[in-house]
Structures are given as structure tokens and as C-alpha cells.
Design a protein around this ligand. Sequence first.
Ligand code: CIZ
Ligand code: SF4
Length: 299
Amino acid sequence: MRMKDRIRQLKAEKGAIILAHFYQEPDVQDVADFIGDSLDLSRKASETDAQIIVFCGVNFMAETAKILSPEKKVLLPVYNSSCPMAMMINKRRLLDYKAKNPDRKIICYVNSYAEVKALSDVCVTSSNAEKIITHFQHEKMLYIPDKNLGMYLKDRYDLDIDIWPGYCRVHNNLKVEDVVIARNKHPHAQVLIHPEAPLDVLKQADYVGSTRGILNYAQQSSHQAFVIGTESGMLYPLQKACPGKSFHILKEPMSCVNMKKTRLTDVLRALEEEQYEIHVEEGIRKQAKKALDLMLELS
Ligand code: CIZ
Ligand code: SF4
């Protein structure tokens, strides 16, 4: 039996659901029941009746699903596939900061681990960060851990906000000259960039937004060609959603090695062996859930 058919059969037998991030390989996206950004996927994880969630992404995403749905079995097909940005902050360093700055609200990008979310007031994703930040805009804040999204928000809303120095290697590598080169190569294309890129690069964009935002923008736009400044996996859902339009990556390579670790064989094994199960300590989970629940309520 073909691997994709075997995956579908096992999924049905076990009553499992497969969630995949937009950055996953196309064949993994093809076997998923639902594809999206981390906000879409966390909503889906909390709403589904399925008792097993196979989460094709990186570990903080699967952990978020587990925090929201503790009664479900959440499986990550690749053992501990991680996001380097999420590792740029930890509990000890955040506790140190909080001790020195007890009056600052902690605004935590969802690209972070449970023990960090548990010390935060609210979570955000790139899809809802602007909306949530405006809710807190008259308060003193700390934004963790992505400096670029933090700088973008500070620039737009003139906030009293400290910004943690973390970053995503894939997006942080973009330079203004990359946009200039791409515009010369594709003069009729609009340039759509993810806010994990540096601020000077974002200022060159026609649109700045999350992967879901980029997808919606491209679908609704009357333009026919787009240069995409985010992880290259995004080209596949864009092309599927907009068959007549053309999409070009802003710079080669823009590939997240951790997102690309998941293969179909890993998805199959995850279903067969029910591995690798995500666990979150209950005290941490409950605290982290408060920050995620507030995010879902405000977004
Ligand atoms: O929030 C996500 O899913 C990430 C990591 C990127 C994006 O903007 O969708
Ligand atoms: Fe982390 Fe960047 Fe990879 Fe997203 S693309 S998982 S932020 S390293």
C-alpha cells in the first residue's frame, strides 16, 4: 500500500487528526487534515474531538496543542524537532528580568516553551500580535523572544516596551539589498514579508504579515505576482490557494531545517508507534494555558 494511503487508513482506524504547519514539506501538508499557522493550528487542536493529534511542526507548537488539550495524546513525528528562536529565552533568564522589572507585562511570542509561557501575561502569534499589543499599549511591557517582531510593533505603535534579543535565523538573514534584487528581477510583483525579518527590510515591503496574513493578502489582491519573504514551505499553500498567480522566494535559501525534518515515514511511524508523545508538567501547563487562553480571547 502507498505510504499516503497507509497513513490515511491508520489515521481513520485510530481516530487521529494530522495538523501541519505551512512550513512543512508539501507531501506532509498533503496528508494533513488541516494546514495553517500556529494560531490556526492551536485553535484547531483545542476544538477537535480527535483523541490523537499528530502535530507536524516544531516542538513548541505540539507543546501548545498539549497545553490547550491535556486530555488528548499529542504526537510529534520527529523527536524533539525544535525552533532555535524558542531556545533563546529560558525560565531562569526571564525570572531574573522579572525580579528587576516587576511592573512590566510579559508579552510572549508563541515560539517559546511552556515554562516561559507560564511566566508570561499573554501569548501572541504573528497573526494576532498587533491586535493584542494594542490592548496593552498603555502599559509597560517586555516582548519575548523575537527582537524583530518586537521592533516592528514598537515602531508602529510607539510603545514603552523592552525587547528580548532573540531571532529566527531564516528571517533575520534578510537584507534590504535582497529586496532590491528581487524587485529588479520581478518588477511587477508585490513584496510580502514576515515580521520576523529586520525592520529596515520590512520597511521595503508592500505588505507585512504572518503566513496566514500573507496567504489572505495574496488571495484577495488583484496583483498576479508576489515575492515572498518567509520560509519557503509557504510557496506550496500559496500556489495551491492561488493557482493563476506566481510566487517567488525573496532569497535562496529560506528554509528552516527543523521544519523540514518531518518526512512521510515519520508521520507513518508516529501513527504506528504513537510517538513521540508530548508531556507538560501540570503546574506549568495550567499557568501557560492562562497566557494562551487570554491570547485566544483577545484575538
Ligand atoms: O505563527 C506561526 O505559525 C509562524 C511560526 C509563522 C507564521 O507567521 O505563521
Ligand atoms: Fe523557528 Fe524560524 Fe524555524 Fe519558525 S522558521 S520554526 S521561527 S527557526
